[in-house]
Design a protein around this ligand. Structure first.
Ligand code: HEC
Length: 215
């Protein structure tokens, strides 16, 4: 008898607890700090911020990390200025040339051709017209002008500023200049450490000779 009363009491307690749960409302939160962050939520709405939005635009003039502003304007004057005065910031090494070739083959060769003669696949299939050869005398491209057109694009050629970093664009410039030199039958520019390397080599060779003489 006592047992069955106990069972009934427990059953009533359980039913009353379960019946308080409503699926249409969020459950009661014990220790709400465990769920809701103390800090502001990204994109959350709070009265303290201008416009009520946590997410705000960067201050005017902000520059993303690793990004360098480009001073030349997207105009005929800007183009001419870059053509005359803008110089490649990187050293012309074999490594940079190879990196430039890899990027060139991805982004440029489809129109300009692997040799830079303006006969890429899209030109051969007549999908695009007016792609010049890099040795076009009338254009007389320079390192500055190559960089400039990659940055802003020119007529039917688009900009490559968002796909490539500044460093990568300069590597492509080196490679385009190499293609131009090849087309013109000239020797491409390479800034080597030949002089420094020779100086290092000389004492090494000398000791070897001394060694040979000793035998
Ligand atoms: C969709 C085809 C296409 C692609 C891809 C392309 N170009 Fe061009 N490019 C053109 C056309 C078309 C012109 C001629 C534009 C004009 O002056 O009317 C041109 C012109 C140029 C010129 C000469 C501009 C001048 O100063 O007269 C250079 C240099 C050049 N491109 C470099 C590149 C490089 C580097 C890439 C890769 C990052 C590239 N192009 C990708 C179509 C393309």
């Amino acid at each position: 008898m006592k047992n069955s009363i106990n069972i009934i009491v427990v059953a009533i307690m359980m039913i009353s607890i379960v019946s308080c749960k409503k699926d249409t409302k969020p459950n009661y939160q014990y220790m709400p700090n465990m769920y809701a962050p103390v800090g502001y939520e990204t994109y959350g709405q709070y009265g303290v911020f201008p416009g009520g939005q946590e997410a705000m635009l960067p201050v005017e003039g902000s520059i993303p990390r690793g990004w360098m502003p480009y001073d030349y304007k997207n105009s005929t004057e800007g183009y001419q200025l870059a053509k005359d005065s803008l110089k490649n910031a990187i050293r012309y090494t074999k490594e940079n040339e190879e990196a430039g070739k890899a990027l060139y083959d991805i982004y440029c060769a489809i129109c300009h051709g692997g040799k830079g003669d303006g006969k890429g696949t899209l030109v051969q299939r007549e999908k695009i017209l007016g792609v010049p050869s890099y040795d076009d005398i009338g254009r007389a491209i320079t390192e500055g002008s190559i960089y400039h057109v990659m940055y802003y694009g020119i007529n039917s050629m688009g900009s490559y500023a968002s796909q490539t970093s500044e460093h990568e664009r300069w590597q492509i410039v080196q490679y385009v200049q190499k293609l131009k030199a090849d087309l013109e039958g000239k020797t491409p520019r390479i800034d080597s450490d030949v002089v420094a390397a020779k100086v290092e080599e000389t004492p090494h060779q000398a000791t070897e000779e001394n060694h040979d003489n000793a035998h």
